[in-house]
Design a protein around this ligand. Structure first.
Ligand code: BV8
Length: 243
């Protein structure tokens, strides 16, 4: 089957799907200028990055961790959603309640593209919460708050993201797994599928009989299982699939 036929087939699968889950990773934001984690030039390439996204690093050196997130907040805040984000917002517009977007990304670009049915399972870099009590700073912060001490209990404030070794929000994760188990089409977009438990979502969809469309720049463990796999930039492939 040639490329044109593969796209036509996958486009029909999107158009005829009863229920769609779109699962995104850092790759969907790459064309917006947000560095990925593990592909060439990614954030984790520099060992320091993966060491900073942990509770231990924050407890040892909160200023350095705050410095890293402030840098990333202003970088991500200056990026714009790309055609890939916009294509998923259009798909949500068309499918309504039969569409859900599960993202590992913390850059809020799906919201800024107009997506509303979004599960941010690794949190949101622009939300600031207390590291101890349930105090939350109102709204989104695009730089370090004036004071990083909780006005309610005096502990350190932190970015509302899930660090390595921290559990994800269980209720949110359960909803994401339920959606993956119930959908008939699962889109895996811009993820190396290495981080757990998020990377188990495509497995749940697969074992529940969903068809899989993968859009990524390099093969992953899911590629051989996908009904259609497109190796190319999400900002080009997604608009061609969503139509
Ligand atoms: C948990 C937020 C349990 C922070 C992130 C040892 C100790 C502790 C835990 C573990 C351990 N060993 C394993 C684990 C589990 C660990 C894990 O999975 N580690 C991996 C590295 C092996 N997971 C955890 O720790 C999780 N928590 O397990 O808790 C627990 C339970 C109860 C009680 C206590 C504990 C928490 C994981 C969440 C970590 N936080 N981010 C921050 O970002 O600052 S993870 C981080 O990776 C991001 O969220 C990112 O989204 C995510 C996944 O990466 P990807 O999105 O896939 O990005 P990547 O760069 O890898 O890939 C991008 C892809 O895009 C590439 O394939 C590329 O080809 C492609 N691409 C590039 N450009 C484009 C493109 N595709 C399309 N178009 C393009 N233009």
């Amino acid at each position: 089957m040639n490329e044109t036929e593969r796209y036509a087939e996958a486009r029909t699968a999107v158009a005829e799907a009863r229920s769609v889950v779109a699962f995104t990773g850092a790759g969907i934001s790459a064309e917006s200028g947000v560095p990925t984690y593990r592909s060439a030039g990614g954030l984790w390439r520099n060992y320091q990055a993966e060491d900073l996204a942990t509770v231990g690093a924050f407890q040892r050196d909160p200023e350095t961790v705050w410095g890293w997130y402030s840098e990333r907040r202003s970088m991500m805040g200056s990026c714009e959603p790309n055609a890939g984000h916009l294509a998923l917002a259009a798909l949500e517009e068309r499918l309504g309640d039969e569409f859900v977007l599960v993202t590992q990304n913390i850059d809020a670009l799906h919201h800024r593209a107009g997506s509303r049915r979004v599960m941010e399972i690794h949190g949101n870099a622009f939300r600031t919460v207390c590291s101890v009590c349930d105090y939350e700073v109102e709204g989104l912060q695009y730089d370090t708050p004036k004071s990083t001490i909780c006005p309610s209990c005096g502990a350190w404030l932190r970015p509302d993201v899930v660090w390595f070794g921290e559990p994800l929000d269980q209720a949110l994760l359960n909803r994401a797994f339920a959606a993956a188990a119930a959908c008939d089409l699962f889109l895996s977009i811009g993820s190396s599928l290495l981080v757990q438990p998020a990377a188990s979502l495509p497995e749940v969809a697969l074992s529940s009989g969903a068809r899989i469309i993968e859009v990524n720049m390099e093969p992953t463990w899911l590629t051989p299982e996908a009904s259609w796999s497109f190796q190319g930039p999400a900002g080009e492939v997604l608009p061609a699939l969503v139509g």
